[in-house]
Design a protein around this ligand. Structure first.
Ligand SMILES: NC(=O)c1ccc[n+]([C@@H]2O[C@H](COP(=O)([O-])OP(=O)(O)OC[C@H]3O[C@@H](n4cnc5c(N)ncnc54)[C@H](OP(=O)(O)O)[C@@H]3O)[C@@H](O)[C@H]2O)c1
Length: 345
């Protein structure tokens, strides 16, 4: 593997076609220490896969977890000692270059979006059941930010939260990647949405349809008399007792995320406790791992095409600055999502 400029054209090296890509060889919490641009062989297609010419990739918390190998609970999947995949990009938007054996429903030239391993590269091999036609009204960089955050929000708000018109809903982490979709979805479903965010992000969540906003840096968002039919808890790691108290007697708590410094489990111990406690209380306490599938992406496409939801892209970085994009994600200033764009040859 050579280390040429990421913008260099695809070339055959010793008979192998290569591509510009972000390359990561070990785990580290510092993106600039481990993410460099270089060249990799173009991915081989297995049955059921589609080769996507990547136009943009998304950046999210999962990108960081895969890059850092933290919490350790991710390593049985991501690689025990070093990353199994050449880079931590996970979501793509691009154009179908080639279809593999046993793939129907896609053809070269189709514009698609979805999830794919090692997405910080000129090409990615995506499972055909994890991509869908790209929403026509979105740019590639907008579309690339949707798959994981949008699917997570859809499953949290609609499927786990079972939010119905007129319900009172509280959403924490409302200005983040998942939260910006969750606020719009809850509003679209007719709920009265209370969104929690820090001071400079309040206007943004209001603009997405929040009926009420709470600045958690100034006010305890669980302290007031309000009781919620559903709490979609995306950030903050508040304890379960406080969250339960803020629910109506039959309310639903959907623990979606929450970052901690815990190197072994991250915030997942709180999620496990909620699952264990739920059968013993009247309120429903739950958590989930978002499933990535084409049907959900098609539902998001319908919602986006109808104008019900849209991605909020804070900034896009070129592929050569993927490390700066992940660093930006960590600094706490991002509203919505970040993208990495891939140069065309
Ligand atoms: N269950 C799943 O399958 C699944 C899927 C995707 C993501 N996740 C998890 O969901 C969480 C959010 O992901 P994301 O992509 O939305 O992350 P993100 O884009 O970084 O957004 C997180 C948001 O949380 C807010 N926040 C940070 N500390 C907070 C605190 N103490 N109290 C309240 N809000 C706080 C941040 O903004 P402000 O503090 O400035 O308001 C930020 O907007 C992560 O833990 C991620 O791992 C889970």
């Amino acid at each position: 593997m050579t280390d040429r400029d990421a913008g260099a054209p695809i070339a055959a090296e010793g008979g192998i076609e290569t591509m510009a890509a972000v390359v990561q060889e070990r785990y580290d919490t510092r993106p600039e220490a481990v993410l460099r641009t270089g060249r990799l062989p173009r991915p081989e297609l297995r049955p059921g896969e589609v080769l996507v010419r990547v136009r943009a990739a998304g950046v999210d918390r999962g990108t960081w977890h895969l890059m850092a190998g933290l919490p350790y609970a991710v390593r049985p999947v991501s690689g025990m000692r070093r990353p199994k995949l050449p880079n931590p990009g996970r979501t793509v938007a691009g154009v179908v270059e080639r279809i593999g054996p046993d793939v129907t429903g896609f053809a070269p030239g189709d514009e698609v979006y979805g999830t794919a391993p090692a997405a910080f590269a000129e090409f990615a091999a995506a499972r055909a059941d994890r991509i869908a036609p790209k929403p026509t009204g979105l740019t590639f960089e907008e579309a690339a930010t949707v798959p994981i955050s949008g699917l997570t929000a859809l499953q949290a708000v609609r499927d786990k939260g079972r939010i119905r018109p007129g319900q009172q809903v509280l959403i924490t982490g409302a200005a983040g990647g998942v939260g910006t979709f969750a606020v719009q979805l809850a509003h679209h479903l007719g709920a009265h949405v209370t969104a929690v965010a820090s001071s400079r992000k309040l206007d943004a969540v209001r603009a997405l349809g929040a009926d009420r906003v709470i600045d958690y840096t100034r006010e305890d968002f669980l302290a007031g008399p309000q009781r919620y039919d559903a709490i979609v808890d995306i950030a903050g790691n508040r304890n379960l007792r406080d969250l339960c108290r803020a629910l109506t007697p039959r309310g639903r708590l959907v623990i979606t995320g929450g970052e901690t410094d815990g190197r072994l489990l991250g915030g997942t111990d709180r999620q496990l406790r909620a699952q264990l406690l739920s059968p013993f209380v009247r309120r429903h306490l739950g958590t989930f791992i978002a499933s990535e599938h084409a049907d959900g992406l098609s539902e998001l496409t319908t919602l986006i095409d109808a104008g019900a939801i849209r991605p909020v892209v804070d900034r896009a970085y070129p592929l050569t600055e993927a490390a700066a994009a992940v660093r930006h994600l960590l600094d706490g200033t991002v509203i919505g999502k970040l993208a990495v764009t891939v140069p065309l040859d």
